[in-house]
Design a binder for this molecule. Structure first.
Ligand code: GKR
Ligand code: MG
Length: 421
């Protein structure tokens, strides 16, 4: 079944002032929404980063995919590869924004189109997308609460008010967790760290443990801690963490930390491609790999990644960036198809107030997103919302995510330093 049109629409979605190792989230996150239209009139959906480098490749590639079979993902990859050398990024790259990494461009674009192709294939066959991935081994996928230190929206009129307010200490983090868990029923918790004094951040984990004794806990300072700091935090949190996510930079650093502490280390930062995975296995740097279909090469590549992790005795979980419901459903169909992906995935979704889907936000119930029997990803695009969020993109000053520059608006002396503590 031939593809008759491909549309790529950049959108800007409101994002709160979430703090991380690089700085602070800008008031808008950028996403690209992909529509692949089949000759049968059906439309497959995809979603990925909206940063200029990847958007450039997606937009350039779109017309070249017309006429391909919706089942020919290899043909789609060949066309992307043929175009990629002509795309020059000309942008500063930010490690926390994989959408701006030149090395990931083709893989990111492939992943986004692969989801849309597979959504169209599944809609054409009248089956849920998960069936194209071998079928569901679970009918719902667990997600963890994803807590952030953050500023209140009043810090800058560019931020839209959000229901969570400020969180700059352990008590406010516990409040944030309570609110998020009350609303979504999450059964595990991740704290984004790397912002304040590491011992205070470890205290926040202990406060969460006291408040939610049955919830598995994770802390992720995005490689912002030295070996000495990572060891001190490990001592303090021994027995309190499900896994210790990206405490310290480099594969060598993570291997040394694991050897010294025996703690399970997880990463979406030191293992971001197959070459790094090979090296990580050689060094025993990372025991739990945090996958992300957006830059690991799509849904089927992530299934291969799961198989590889299983073979080498590694655990597999999933991390996220700011995203909407198409990405959430792609993550859900993928995670539902992989037995080995047994940790709760993390999602930024509760932080997003905008949505492009008919009916609004995808429900998260008891911490889970449920699969349905609807064809494809099971969601439909709301064209009015898409237009509205595209208009927001047009007037928005941001073209590539830059949390460092955003922080410098408030603290001109701020620099990205790694590790900071
Ligand atoms: O959105 O600030 C953020 C996160 O830090 C994100 O950029 C990371 O990619 O959530 C991700 C992570 O697990 O490191
Ligand atoms: Mg992480």
């Amino acid at each position: 079944m031939k593809i008759s049109a491909v549309r790529v629409t950049p959108i800007a979605i409101k994002d709160p002032a979430l703090l991380n190792a690089a700085g602070v989230h800008e008031p808008f996150g950028l996403r690209s929404i992909i529509e692949v239209v089949g000759a049968n009139g059906m439309v497959g959906l995809g979603e990925t980063y909206g940063d200029a480098p990847v958007l450039g490749l997606l937009t350039r590639a779109a017309p070249s995919l017309v006429g391909l079979s919706a089942f020919d993902v290899n043909g789609m990859l060949a066309r992307l590869k043929a175009l990629a050398p002509q795309v020059s990024t000309g942008h500063v790259e930010m490690e926390l924004a994989p959408g701006s990494l030149a090395s990931n461009l083709v893989t990111s674009a492939f992943s986004a189109f692969e989801v849309a192709f597979m959504d169209l294939q599944a809609r054409t066959l009248g089956i849920p997308l998960v069936e194209l991935l071998g079928g569901a081994v679970r009918d719902k996928v667990s997600y963890s609460a994803y807590l952030f230190y953050k500023w209140d929206a009043s810090v800058d009129p560019e931020y839209a008010p959000d229901p969570y307010g400020e969180a700059v200490n352990a008590a406010q983090i516990v409040q944030q967790a309570r609110k998020m868990i009350d609303q979504y029923g999450f059964e595990s918790i991740k704290l984004k760290a790397g912002v304040f004094d590491p011992m205070e951040e470890a205290d926040a984990i202990l406060a969460l443990k006291a408040a939610f004794p049955n919830q598995p806990l994770r802390i992720d300072p995005n490689s912002n801690w030295s070996m000495a700091t990572s060891l001190k935090v490990a001592d303090k949190l021994r027995g309190s963490l499900e896994y210790y996510e990206d405490p310290t930079p480099t594969l060598e650093g993570m291997a040394e930390l694991h050897k010294a502490t025996g703690m399970p280390l997880a990463s979406n930062m030191v293992v971001t491609n197959w070459a790094e995975l090979k090296r990580s296995i050689e060094l025993n740097s990372v025991q739990i790999l945090l996958s992300d279909h957006h830059f690991w090469g799509g849904l089927r590549a992530t299934q291969a990644l799961a198989q590889t992790c299983q073979t080498f005795g590694l655990g597999l979980s999933m991390h996220s960036n700011s995203h909407l419901g198409i990405s959430l459903m792609a993550m859900t169909h993928l995670a539902a198809s992989v037995q080995h992906l047994s940790y709760a995935c993390d999602t930024h979704y509760p932080w997003q107030s905008d949505e492009v889907l008919v009916g609004g936000k995808v429900p998260i119930v008891d911490g889970c997103v449920h699969l349905t029997n609807k064809p494809g990803l099971g969601v439909e695009l709301d064209q009015d919302k898409l237009t509205e969020l595209h208009e927001a993109f047009k007037v928005c000053r941001i073209r590539t995510r830059n949390d460092v520059a955003q922080m410098q608006r408030y603290r001109p002396e701020w620099k990205q330093v790694k590790p900071r503590f």
